[in-house]
Design a protein around this ligand. Structure first.
Ligand SMILES: [Zn+2]
Length: 166
């Protein structure tokens, strides 16, 4: 038997279908005919509190979204490996021809906290390795915040990490 949290999601999906899917002139009927034509690529954090569509009020077809821990954009790398963020950016820019690219950061980011305070994260885990992308932001935060206050460091690094991604 599904747990309460899953039942709530299933009911939400039912409402979504009724609102956007049913009928010949439904939103998804039109989107399936025209294809997606989003004007904006948004790179956001996986954090459950910062869903881009909820925050912006965007409807189906409006945002092309990439979400990962701490809304990071890895550096360009040719060659082997699986580059999910790069693939999404390439698709949005080359195929969909989006007009805007937004990197959406947020306060109290757990990924940035893991970067600034690695002793609070699983040693050698995927999060620590992933967050190395934002190492320049960590260095700048340590250089430019004078007080050593953990919250100030965390906040400063969240902002610097956005600059690094952009
Ligand atoms: Zn985050």
């Amino acid at each position: 038997m599904p747990k309460r949290a899953l039942i709530r999601l299933l009911l939400g999906f039912r409402q979504f279908r009724e609102k956007f899917f049913l009928g010949d002139d439904s939103t998804y009927s039109r989107l399936s005919t025209s294809g997606q034509v989003p004007k904006t690529l948004l790179i956001g954090c996986s954090d459950s509190r910062v869903d881009p569509a909820i925050l912006s009020g965007a409807g189906p077809g409006e945002l092309f979204v990439v979400r990962n821990v701490a809304n990071l954009v890895p550096p360009y790398e040719a060659g082997g490996g699986y580059h999910g963020v790069s693939a999404a950016i390439e698709f949005a820019v080359v195929n969909l021809r989006v007009e805007n690219v937004i990197v959406l950061g947020h306060r109290q980011c757990g990924g940035i906290r893991a970067l600034m305070f690695p002793e609070q994260t699983q040693a050698g885990g995927f999060v620590q390795r992933w967050m190395r992308i934002a190492e320049p932001a960590r260095i700048r935060a340590l250089e430019f915040t004078g007080s050593g206050d953990p919250n100030e460091l965390w906040r400063y690094c969240e902002l610097e990490s956005l600059r690094t991604s952009i």
